[in-house]
Design a protein around this ligand. Structure first.
Ligand SMILES: Cc1ncc(C[n+]2csc(CCOP(=O)(O)OP(=O)(O)O)c2C)c(N)n1
Length: 667
């Protein structure tokens, strides 16, 4: 191909292809072929379709871009560099190296312009649905007939792998149902995955599938036809009710004479000689690497700079909005900053001591409803379990296809997508999303939990029916290893409150938390409400572990526990006292919160010399050894549960006052 006869667009697109081949070759690792096939699509998005400003990547009304097939990240890195984001050619040359901004997959927070972390296929697809929901909710709250403050779109590029993963099916189904017309997804139909042709495992008609989900679907037969792609995106923009899918037939490794359309172009460098052939093919000097012709850079920078004016126009609009709608602006800016309105903590529910008590899931529902009016950005729902997880906001409507201002979400029985959607909502500044299911089904949402933790974003996961205490639903529904599983994920804060008042405090802490997701672990069964005058105040929960009830004089042993087991410890303490055994009771709702306390506080709660310690928790005992010392003991569960009335199962498994006393005495 003679470069002289190519248009600037073609040279620009080929520059991106060669950059991908060069960067992967230099790193000796990565995915060159997919960006080579996707370059025209990227070109259309970054030069024509999307509103963005490289000078202010956080512009509130920017279009969001998600590369759901994150392995193709050289595409995104190239366009961020070329259009003028804060990334240099040296960053591109450092692709996949230690501490570089250009990690192996686009990582949240490393580089301006990356909206979300992808990598596990399917996640970005579903995250976009959450971003689409958040945009619509913001619009419903703040747009006015004379001000379209938030009208941005969610663009995504997704691949065959994204389409195969179940989470995208869950999310697409919900997006179609909810009529999220702000989604514009481009499907990279290159028909190649790692093992070879997609026909090895994937023969479904994606177009028909998405039509049946209620999407607006178009096909572009030639992925190099930038006009056809641009027209399809324009049509998608004009379709404001249905989410849009544009299937684009591309060719992996386009321009590589020996690897195009083969799996060999997917996940390894093309090889030095082949990269030279690609360059020759496109009329570039085969002996030069990382070349961006000046006119290409100028061309893309100009396109990027056009965003400055777009943002300026929006800023003018915002200024006028602010003058006219001062209260709305103040509210939006407050939530956007991550703060909560003053006085939101006044009049939190207080529960009187009560031996029968209420389930912590119920207390959670009361707390949610008590604060909902003051926190309009707190929105969420459940995976078809609202009556069981107590997550309905009774004074508010549902988010439906016809009402994008509702606050109650019906995610359907789609836990995996719910998690990923919550992540997409959580990266939208101001929105505080929550989603609920049974603790056992947190297993169905592990990937988004992990990604929220990596991204240090704060969706709130509500997990009820938290132990064998749930009773008759039996073994399959009774969590055993889930608590330690969640605690083992870095940056996840797990809180298992002991009663209704601790539940209120757990919500308070969750709402004030940043830096990772929060998992609230709640019971199905009723728990006694602990007397805060007789024992310590529930606000001690914020320290993770606190002395709930001390003994006279130096304790001989420490009883510690979480959630539904704490009241057993208080009863055991009384009975031990009658036998002249001095036990301290520590309520220990959150390891993560406790681990953050200073040494003096830790020493106060767990003096080093008191080594007889008993931990009690209706879950796997793994991990408690850290707190009970080598002279302590743990009452936990090392097998699966059983179906029977909850109290019977609890007793059978050793969660009784008698057993706590026996094990304490043994110590
Ligand atoms: C959940 C998940 N499973 C497996 C992988 C490993 N993986 C990375 S790319 C890929 C093949 C993807 O093929 P496709 O989506 O068609 O991408 P393309 O070949 O077009 O680059 C796989 C299996 C992954 N990233 N995520």
């Amino acid at each position: 191909m003679n470069k002289i006869t190519q248009t600037i667009e073609q040279i620009a697109i080929n520059t991106v292809r060669i950059l991908a081949a060069d960067a992967v070759q230099k790193a000796n690792s990565g995915h060159p072929g997919t960006p080579m096939g996707l370059a025209p699509m990227g070109h259309v998005l970054w030069t024509e379709s999307m509103n963005y400003n490289p000078q202010n990547p956080q512009w509130d009304n920017r279009d969001r871009f998600i590369l759901s097939c994150g392995h193709a990240c050289m595409l995104q890195y190239s366009y961020l560099y070329l259009t003028g984001y804060n990334i240099t050619m040296d960053d591109i040359k450092n692709f996949r190296q230690l501490h570089s901004k250009t990690a192996g997959h686009p990582e949240y927070g490393l580089l301006d312009g990356i909206e979300i972390t992808t990598g596990p296929l399917g996640q970005g697809f579903a995250n976009g649905v959450g971003m689409g929901i958040a945009q619509q909710y913001l619009a419903s709250q703040y747009n006015k007939p004379d001000f379209k403050l938030f009208d941005y779109k969610i663009y995504a590029i997704c691949s065959d792998g994204d389409m195969m993963e179940g989470v995208s099916a869950e999310a697409a189904s919900l997006a179609g149902h909810l009529q999220l017309g702000n989604l514009i997804y481009l499907y990279d139909d290159n028909q190649i995955t790692i093992e070879g042709a997609t026909s090895l495992a994937f023969n479904e008609d994606v177009v028909e599938r998405f039509r049946s989900y209620g999407w607006h679907v178009q096909s572009v037969a030639d992925g190099n036809d930038i006009e056809a792609i641009a027209t399809a995106v324009e049509n998608a923009k004009n379709e404001t009710h249905r989410p849009s899918l544009i299937k684009v037939r591309t060719h992996i490794g386009f321009g590589s004479p020996n690897k195009e359309d083969t799996a060999a172009a997917h996940g390894s460098p093309l090889g030095k000689d082949e990269v030279k052939l690609v360059k020759e093919n496109f009329g570039f000097d085969p002996d030069k690497s990382f070349v961006v012709p000046d006119d290409v850079l100028n061309y893309y920078r100009e396109k990027g700079n056009a965003g400055i004016q777009k943002e300026d126009e929006w800023n003018d609009l915002y200024k006028k909005y602010k003058e006219k709608y001062a209260d709305e602006t103040a509210e939006y800016e407050l939530f956007k900053s991550g703060k909560l309105p003053e006085g939101w903590k006044e009049n939190l529910p207080v529960f009187k001591p009560d031996a029968k008590g209420i389930a912590t899931r119920k207390a959670s529902g009361k707390m949610l409803n008590a604060i909902a009016a003051k926190l309009p950005m707190l929105i969420g729902g459940s995976a078809d379990l609202s009556p069981s997880t107590d997550t309905t906001l009774y004074d508010f409507e549902s988010f439906t296809d016809e009402n994008h201002g509702g606050r109650n979400f019906h995610f359907g029985i789609r836990e995996h997508a719910m998690g990923a959607i919550l992540n997409g909502m959580a990266v939208t500044k101001g929105i505080i999303p929550y989603g609920a299911t049974f603790l056992i089904f947190s297993d169905y949402m592990r990937p988004p939990i992990r990604l929220a933790a990596i991204m240090k974003i704060r969706p709130i996961f509500i997990y009820t029916h938290d132990s064998i205490g749930l009773g008759e639903d039996g073994t399959t529904h009774q969590p055993v290893e889930q608590l330690i599983g969640l605690r083992s994920v870095p940056n996840v804060m797990v809180i298992r409150p002991a009663d209704a008042n601790e539940t209120v405090q757990a919500w308070r802490v969750a709402l004030e938390h940043s830096g990772g997701p929060v998992a609230l672990i709640l019971t199905r069964q009723e728990l006694p409400i602990i007397d805060q005058d007789r024992y310590a105040k529930a606000s001690g929960l914020e320290k993770g572990a606190y002395i709930l009830s001390d003994c006279d004089g130096e304790p001989q042993l420490i009883l510690m526990g979480t959630g539904s087991e704490v009241h057993l410890l208080l009863e055991a303490q009384e009975k031990l006292k009658a036998d002249s055994i001095h036990a301290r009771v520590v309520s220990f709702p959150s390891w993560e919160l406790f681990d953050k306390q200073d040494g003096a506080y830790k020493q106060k709660v767990f003096p080093k010399n008191i080594r007889k310690r008993l931990a009690v928790e209706a879950g796997s005992p793994i991990g408690w050894c850290k707190y009970v010392t080598d002279e302590g003991d743990v009452i936990g569960i090392t097998k699966f549960g059983e179906s029977a009335p909850g109290p019977e199962v609890m007793k059978e498994y050793g969660f009784s006052v008698e057993n706590v006393i026996a094990r304490a005495k043994a110590l």
